[in-house]
Design a protein. Structure first.
Ligand code: G3P
Length: 212
């Protein structure tokens, strides 16, 4: 399973670099990093820090503008994946960027398996279903992952399932058990996955015994 960091914070990215296969960003994360007006510089720096794919989201609304914005973003670095919203316009832009320009697209804000099916048919490289935001409204985010994995495995799609809006290490483990190819997590979740109280107490005991 590929693990991406859901962050545009260079400090966080550097802290987690040894554990991650790439980065996902979105307009909220870029704004949070405080680089809104110089976001192309920030993206350039992230792309040179991380070897793997870096998803960068367009803010345009029409497919024509999304394609223009996607092509401009792609010029910043080779490892950029263009992130498009799962809308009518976004799917049209996905198809054109994927097939005509051979650009990798991450289709985001996916909340149903019908949307995921259409994204795969539009040539998406990644589909980003949001598990946490579904759980937040009393739906079952992980059952969406199960459905998408089942549908994708029944056909020859090249689209990878990138689980997004992850709220806990349990989400990560359950998504891995379902066979999702990738997940994007905040640094806090990565640190929660590393830590275990029995590791800490075991280490303290070893150290104490060694010193005695
Ligand atoms: O980047 C997309 C997604 O991971 C956002 O998650 O926590 O804002 O629902 P969240």
């Amino acid at each position: 399973m590929e693990i991406f960091l859901d962050s545009a914070d260079l400090g966080e990215i550097k802290e987690c670099i040894e554990f991650i296969d790439g980065i996902t960003t979105n307009p909220s994360l870029i704004a949070k990093a405080g680089f809104k007006n110089k976001y192309k510089d920030l993206i350039g720096e992230i792309c040179s820090t991380v070897k793997g794919p870096v998803s960068v989201e367009v803010v345009a609304h029409t497919h024509t503008d999304m394609i223009k914005e996607g092509l401009a973003l792609k010029k910043i670095a080779d490892n950029i994946v263009i992130k498009l919203p799962l809308t009518y316009e976004g799917l049209i832009a996905c198809k054109e960027l994927s097939t005509k320009y051979n650009i990798k697209v991450n289709v985001t804000l996916c909340f149903s398996s019908g949307q995921a099916l259409l994204a795969a048919k539009a040539g998406a490289y990644l589909i980003s279903p949001f598990v946490g935001r579904l759980d937040d409204i009393s739906h079952n985010g992980l059952s969406l992952i199960k459905d998408i994995c089942t549908i994708y495995s029944s056909y020859v799609f090249n689209t990878k399932v990138l689980v997004a809006s992850v709220r806990s290490p349990t989400h990560v483990i359950e998504a891995a058990k379902l066979g999702a190819q990738a997940i994007t997590i905040a640094s806090k979740i990565l640190m929660q996955m590393i830590a275990h109280p029995l590791t800490d107490s075991g280490l303290a005991t070893f150290e104490k015994d060694w010193n005695n």
